[in-house]
Design a protein around this ligand. Structure first.
Ligand SMILES: *[C@@H]1O[C@H](CO)[C@@H](O)[C@H](O)[C@H]1NC(C)=O
Ligand SMILES: *[C@@H]1O[C@H](CO)[C@@H](O)[C@H](O)[C@H]1NC(C)=O
Ligand SMILES: *[C@@H]1O[C@H](CO)[C@@H](O)[C@H](O)[C@H]1NC(C)=O
Ligand SMILES: *[C@@H]1O[C@H](CO)[C@@H](O)[C@H](O)[C@H]1NC(C)=O
Ligand SMILES: *[C@@H]1O[C@H](CO)[C@@H](O)[C@H](O)[C@H]1NC(C)=O
Ligand SMILES: *[C@@H]1O[C@H](CO)[C@@H](O)[C@H](O)[C@H]1NC(C)=O
Length: 463
């Protein structure tokens, strides 16, 4: 059989009492009772009233609504009736606006909608225990009564406080709240945000003992609160603030290196931060690597574009003179010529085709260079070793200086600086070179840059 604890208010102490069907006699409460009213104020024997009290309790017909009592009172006893649900916000419309205490215990109540107590501005005490069955579910309704002075929910087997029940600073609106009684439930942890700094300073009595606390980093704030405010934690019935994970230790004696906790939460944030940074960095790197040739082309266009000069055609026979080593002739034949002559419609001077036989090679070079608008030098290790190439380079250099021509460097292979001649290094220092690479993207970039370098971007499309 269930022992129903009585819900009695202490003199002048307003509260919500959600109490208490526990087996333990220690959960019983004692207090004062209302005065016994005399006048009939609703029905025959249904409600009895005096100047301060309206008593509609324990009706054999079990009232399901609060009747209009047509008089002002401060205490309403509506216990032991049949109000199983309070979902309509107009439920308390017949209750005097002066009411300070409402006793609703043992009605079989299962829910109270938020906002039903709106307008009862003097309500300080709600008694909700007995056969009613709600735990934290009642909290939103109760927390919206700013005049309530205490919250009492003891011996209800209440589990961990759900996050939504007490949002951050949940009690902040309750300016008169001075007492919170939640002892002998199944609460495992109490969040620091449940009780804001402000409400902690205004509470006079807190009873949270007899709960199976999980002692870890999260309990340290609570331990500190208890230590710094021993007076408000004077638990008159129960002392036990014990660690559930270690029965021999009380929260008071629980020791944990605070550094471990700081590190714990800090390290997690730090790890996540670093991980995010690394991932972003990696993605950027991959993207950059993937589009490195596009980036180069773009950079080249930007730098080159700024220096672009309007060139006056000299009416030359050739558009471009190509200087290359014999070993690179295949590349010139198969890669360069098809694009420059085939696609871009330029006329090239290449020695294996355009040098006149029978003429001295120096004359051939001199004629070809002076008859070309621009010069492409195909740098490679072979170029460095070829004497004729070196000659062409020096010749072109002086020629270009005189005429302000365009000289374009193409690097076929990675050429180490120790392989290069002084003239090559000098040119490299003053001219950007365009690398050839067999990769698809790299080729596109190459042709794009070469096109910009040869200075007529409108004519062809680089896809
Ligand atoms: C309300 O009435 C019931 C009896 O019907 C009584 O047991 C209870 O103590 C009363 N409540 C108060 C607060 O006096
Ligand atoms: C109730 O109020 C009336 C007048 O409003 C007063 O005459 C009477 O003495 C009061 N009764 C008590 C018990 O205070
Ligand atoms: C208010 O009281 C009247 C008369 O007693 C009743 O008919 C009505 O249902 C009550 N209203 C509510 C919301 O309980
Ligand atoms: C109570 O209601 C009756 C009418 O039903 C009215 O005559 C009387 O003045 C009311 N009394 C109070 C105190 O409002
Ligand atoms: C309570 O009211 C419901 C209807 O709202 C009814 O079915 C039930 O029998 C009532 N219980 C008692 C004990 O009167
Ligand atoms: C609340 O009580 C005060 C006296 O304590 C009173 O002056 C005020 O009118 C009451 N408010 C309401 C809404 O009844």
């Amino acid at each position: 059989m269930e022992i129903v604890c009585f819900l009695i208010l202490a003199l002048a102490l307003g509260s919500v009492e959600v109490n208490c069907r526990s087996q333990s006699p220690s959960c019983w409460d004692s207090g004062l009772k209302f005065s016994f009213p005399i006048d009939v104020c609703y029905g025959v024997g249904v409600c009895r009233c005096d100047n301060f009290t309206a008593d509609c309790s324990s009706n054999p017909d079990s009232l399901t609504f609060i009747p209009d009592l047509n008089r002002s009172y401060k205490y309403l006893n509506f216990s032991n009736n049949n109000v199983t649900s309070i979902s309509d916000v107009s439920f308390f419309v017949n209750v005097s606006r002066d009411v300070e205490i409402i006793d609703l215990h043992s009605n079989g109540l299962t829910n109270i909608a938020e906002g039903v107590f709106h307008g009862l501005d003097n309500l300080t005490t709600l008694l909700l225990g007995g056969s009613n069955q709600f735990g934290y579910k009642a909290m939103p309704a109760l927390l919206s009564v700013p005049s309530l002075m205490s919250v009492r929910m003891r011996c209800l087997n209440l589990g961990p406080i759900p996050q939504y029940t007490f949002q951050d600073g949940a009690f902040d609106n309750m300016h008169r709240l001075w007492k919170v009684i939640l002892d002998n439930n199944l609460i495992q942890t109490i969040s620091e945000t449940t009780f804001s700094e402000k409400i902690r300073s205004s509470l006079k009595k807190v009873s949270l003992g007899g709960n199976p606390y999980q002692c870890d980093c999260n309990i340290l704030w609570f331990q500190k609160w208890m230590r710094t405010n021993p007076v408000i934690f004077q638990d008159y019935h129960f002392r036990g603030y014990n660690c559930h994970n270690d029965y021999t230790v009380s929260i008071e004696d629980f020791v944990l290196n605070p550094q471990a906790c700081i590190l714990g939460s800090g390290a997690a944030t730090l790890t996540i931060g670093i991980a995010c940074f690394l991932i972003i960095f990696l993605v950027l790197l991959i993207v950059f690597f993937r589009f490195r040739w596009h980036v180069r082309l773009w950079l080249y266009e930007v730098c080159r574009g700024r220096r672009r000069r309007s060139r006056v055609s000299r009416g030359c026979k050739y558009d471009v003179f190509v200087s290359y080593a014999e070993e690179d002739a295949v590349w010139v034949q198969e890669e360069l010529l098809p694009v420059l002559e085939g696609e871009w419609g330029l006329t090239l001077c290449v020695h294996h085709r355009d040098f006149r036989p029978g003429k001295h090679i120096v004359d051939n070079i001199s004629d070809c260079v002076s008859d070309s608008e621009r010069v492409i030098l195909v740098f490679s290790p072979h170029f460095a070793r070829s004497e004729w190439c070196q000659f062409e380079l020096k010749y072109c250099q002086s020629f270009v200086m005189e005429r302000d021509d365009v000289m374009v460097l193409v690097a076929l292979q990675e050429t180490q600086s120790r392989d290069m001649t002084g003239a090559m290094l000098a040119v490299l220092r003053t001219t950007t070179y365009i690398e050839w690479d067999d990769e698809q993207d790299a080729r596109q970039s190459f042709w794009g840059r070469l096109h910009v370098a040869l200075d007529d971007p409108e004519e062809i499309q680089v896809v």
